[in-house]
Each structure stands twice: as structure tokens, then as C-alpha cells.
Design a protein. Structure first.
Length: 499
């Protein structure tokens, strides 16, 4: 009888909440997402996707997004009358964001090649560069042919990754060039294939004398352009017209010479020279980025954790009740849900919610998409914790409640749930603490969380150790505070428990 009652209760609650859970997010979709800053102008809003970790083309300096590509797209926007909003994410997520309509254009040194032209529309090129091979000093690698059987470090979806694969290299995926350079310097990979300008900037800024340019990655000159969706012909045409005007009035040449002392906007504009950027001490890096990291914690991590855990916990209780129900119509779907969530990576769940659902007509803003994915993940894991806690309440408690005339619903509310809650507090606290750290994955859905802030800073200062230690300290403080709350809550709930 108890199981039947719980099954009926779970069914009623699910029937009430299901339409809200399914319809609410669809209504909340806004067609755009992520952090960003608006450009000048009052025309159409154009959402620009960029890494923000690829100097000198796209990087953060002093808390501001800047770089050659950024200045070019801003000049295009002024000419075309666009209102810009920038979204920063990992390079490998930018094309998915473009496909799903999250962004309108990628400004991140996208090399035009036949494979990409089959799927995307490109503006006229605004950069011409060549690829180079970077290896550790003393290496015998000199040409692409020497990469046969070697290991290179590349961004997974970059043009250079395909060049390395075509040369017979095994590619290890990394997010940033600086990370790849570190792997080469430590001997963990053999080489890198990348843009010569980015390599020159890295060497000039860091003074790294452990790696060097050992050869050209072929003789072909690569052309880089703005990438659009193929069906966005109007936006592509406006970009072409703007670039033609900027090329004619010398604006592109001016921006190029500012960064490279050469005109890389034309094929024969001279050899680029990069002076690098002024370095800072590791203490300055920590001091300058502590505040932005704390702001991201307050704006993204803490609200996202609180909302996701609250929603996930409510869902977990409902799923746990369905799981222990005698009705197969309730218990089997609950079993499948738990199995699916626990059997797939959280990162995959984030990608499904953010990039795959739009193909079904459900387009969620970044924060809502992250909340939904994390809530589903919490529900899948916490449901088994709640189920175990409910079953741990002795059957005698139900019988005792019945003898004094308590109804089943009153027994559940006043007897079963309070005792199950006390039992579930420690494992649910672990779930909450894990959730805090899991939010560090949400940068893939175009949210600038603390991990993304620190990654952006490290890509230009190269102070990885102090910045990541700082970030780890912030997460540790939050988790320590949650542990203290857990201990106090356990003490309070155990006051009336006899031993």
C-alpha cells in the first residue's frame, strides 16, 4: 500500500509539473546567449563568436576584449551599421554555436578551405598568412613530411589540425596555442602546426627559448575570413561591402600595421613583425584577475549552483518516488532516466541541451540551458540517494503512524520525509559540492564562468600556475563553507535521534 500511495503521489506531481518543465524553457528562448559587449551603432544586432584566448588576433587585456580580429569586426560593424555583441568560447565550440544560431558570425582567424566552404559562407578574406611548424630546439623535424608518425598538439576543429593529420601526424587536442607550446617544450608532443603570426607573437611575448620555428607548413598562403551560416546571405553581403570599403580607404591596412608592422590584409603586404605584449609579474596577474574571477563566481557559479541544485533536488524526489512505485508506468521511465543520466558525461549533456535541442525547435539562452543540463544531472544522481533514504526509514514508523490515526499523506510529510532527509543530507551535500565544481564546464555553452575568466587571463600572461591556484582557492573556500553548513545541518537534524 505504501508503494502504491507513493506511486500515485509521484504521478500526480509529475502530471502537474511536466507541462511547466517542458513548455517553460521554450518560451524563455531568446535566440542569443553569452556574455558580450555592445558595439556602437543602432542597427541590427550581430552576435560575434570569438575565443578571446588567441593573441594577437583575439585576447583579453585589462579586462577588455581586443586584438586584430576584434578591431576588424568592429570596423566592419561601424561601416555596415551593425550593433555588436561578443560571445567568447572555446574555438571547438564556435562552429556549433554558429550552426545552432547562437552566434551570427565567427571572427577568429578562420581559414577558408573547401571542406568549410561546403558548410559555411565566408566574407572576402581580411588576413593572409602561412603555416609554420614549431618543435623543440634540437628536433630533426623540418618539413610536413617529417611529421609522419609524430604527435602534434592542435585545436580539434582548426585548419592546422587537418594539415597535421594530412601529413600523417597523430593529433592531440588542446584549447590554446600556449598549452600546445608547453607540451612541445616538455617533450610531451613532437610539434605544432599553426599560424606564423600567432607563433611569432607567442615567442616575442614569452621569450620562450625551448621551442622554435623549424619550417614552413607547405608553400600555400592561407586566407582568413569571417564565417557565417550559408543561409545568411544578407549578412555575408553586408560584410563583403564593408570590407571592400575598409580596404579602399586604408582602414584595414592601418589596423594591420598597428599589430604587425605589415599589411597582412593583402597577399603580398610584407612579412609580419610582432613585438609581443608587455609582461607582468605573477602577483600582478593574480591581483588584476582576482576581482573578475570573484564577479564571475557571484554572477555565474553561485546562482547556477543554487538554481540547479534546487530544481534537481525537487526532480530527484519525484523520480525517487516513481522509482519505488509498484506501477511499471512510473518505475521503468524513472529507471531509464537515472541510467541515461549516470551513463553519459555531463559535458555531453550540456552539448545536447545547448546545441542539439535547437534542431528540434527548443532554443534556450545560455544560463537557462546550463541550468537545465545541470539540474538533469543532479536529478539523475540524487534520485538514487533519495530512494535509498526513503527505503531506510523503518517500516515500523509507518505502522506506528497508522495506529495513531495519521493518514498516508500526513505520514509521508511528518514522519517519512523528515527522517529520510536526515539520512540523505551527507550524500546530497557531496552532490552539491560536486555541482559547484561541475559548473566549470559551462564555458562550452558560451557562459564566461570563473574558469573561462582565468583561462583568458592565462592565455595572455602565461601565468598558469598562480592563476589556476587562485581559482582553486576560490572553489575550495566555497566548498569548505558548504561543508560547514552540512555539518551544522547534520547536528541540528540529529538532535532528537536516540543512540
Amino acid at each position: 500500500m505504501r508503494r502504491r500511495f507513493m506511486g500515485v503521489l509521484a504521478g500526480l506531481v509529475l502530471a502537474v509539473l511536466a507541462p511547466l518543465l517542458l513548455a517553460g524553457p521554450a518560451q524563455a528562448a531568446d535566440g542569443g546567449s553569452g556574455d558580450g559587449s555592445a558595439g556602437e551603432g543602432g542597427g541590427r544586432e550581430v552576435v560575434v563568436g570569438t575565443e578571446g584566448t588567441y593573441p594577437p588576433f583575439s585576447f583579453n587585456e585589462g579586462g577588455e576584449l581586443t586584438g586584430y580580429d576584434i578591431e576588424v569586426i568592429e570596423a566592419v560593424a561601424d561601416e555596415a551599421g551593425w550593433q555588436l555583441r561578443f560571445v567568447q568560447s572555446q574555438f571547438d565550440a564556435l562552429f556549433g554555436a554558429l550552426d545552432s544560431g547562437r552566434i551570427d558570425v565567427i571572427a577568429n582567424q578562420i581559414t577558408v578551405n573547401p571542406e568549410r566552404e561546403e558548410s559555411y559562407a565566408f566574407s572576402t578574406p581580411y588576413t593572409y598568412s602561412r603555416g609554420v611548424i614549431v618543435a623543440k630546439k634540437g628536433s630533426d623535424i623540418r618539413t610536413l613530411a617529417d611529421l609522419e608518425g609524430k604527435v602534434t598538439a592542435q585545436s580539434a576543429t582548426s585548419n592546422w589540425s587537418q594539415v597535421a593529420k594530412d601529413a600523417g601526424a597523430r593529433v592531440e587536442n588542446v584549447e590554446q596555442f600556449a598549452q600546445a607550446a608547453d607540451l612541445v617544450a616538455r617533450g610531451r608532443v613532437d610539434a605544432i602546426v599553426n599560424d606564423n603570426i600567432a607563433v611569432l607573437d607567442y615567442l616575442a611575448t614569452t621569450g620562450d627559448d625551448q621551442i622554435e620555428v623549424v619550417g614552413d607548413a607547405g608553400e600555400e598562403v592561407g586566407a582568413q575570413a569571417l564565417a557565417f551560416r550559408q543561409d545568411d546571405e544578407a549578412l555575408t553581403r553586408e560584410a563583403d561591402q564593408a570590407l571592400d570599403s575598409l580596404r579602399a580607404d586604408g582602414t584595414l591596412t592601418e589596423i594591420s600595421e598597428k599589430y604587425f608592422k605589415a599589411d597582412v590584409s593583402v597577399e603580398d603586404g610584407g612579412a609580419a613583425e610582432v613585438g609581443g605584449r608587455s609582461g607582468t609579474s605573477w602577483w600582478d596577474s593574480v591581483r588584476d584577475n582576482a576581482s573578475p574571477t570573484l564577479v564571475a563566481l557571484l554572477k555565474i557559479t553561485i546562482p547556477l549552483t543554487a538554481l540547479s541544485f534546487a530544481i534537481g533536488l525537487v526532480a530527484a524526489v519525484l523520480i525517487a518516488l516513481a522509482r519505488i512505485s509498484s506501477s511499471r508506468l512510473l518505475s521503468w521511465p524513472a529507471r531509464f532516466f537515472i541510467s541515461a543520466v549516470r551513463g553519459t558525461p555531463l559535458l555531453l549533456q550540456l552539448f545536447v541541451v545547448f546545441f542539439a535541442l535547437p534542431q528540434l525547435g527548443v532554443e534556450l539562452p545560455s544560463f537557462l540551458a546550463a541550468t537545465l543540463a545541470l539540474s538533469v544531472n543532479v536529478a539523475g544522481y540524487a534520485a538514487e540517494t533519495v530512494r535509498g533514504a526513503l527505503l531506510a526509514v523503518p517500516a515500523g514508523q509507518h505502522e506506528a503512524a497508522a495506529t495513531i490515526g495519521m493518514s498516508r499523506s500526513l505520514t509521508l510529510r511528518r514522519v517519512v520525509l523528515p527522517q529520510a532527509g536526515r539520512i540523505a543530507v551527507p550524500p546530497l551535500s557531496n552532490t552539491l559540492i560536486s555541482l559547484v565544481k561541475d559548473t566549470s564546464l559551462v564555458s562550452v555553452v558560451l557562459l564566461t564562468d570563473p574558469f573561462r575568466v582565468v583561462t583568458q587571463a592565462a592565455s595572455t600572461t602565461f601565468d598558469y600556475l598562480p592563476l589556476y591556484v587562485m581559482l582553486g582557492f576560490f572553489y575550495w573556500v566555497i566548498c569548505t563553507l558548504l561543508t560547514a553548513v552540512q555539518n551544522r545541518l547534520e547536528t541540528r537534524l540529529n538532535r532528537y535521534v536516540t543512540t
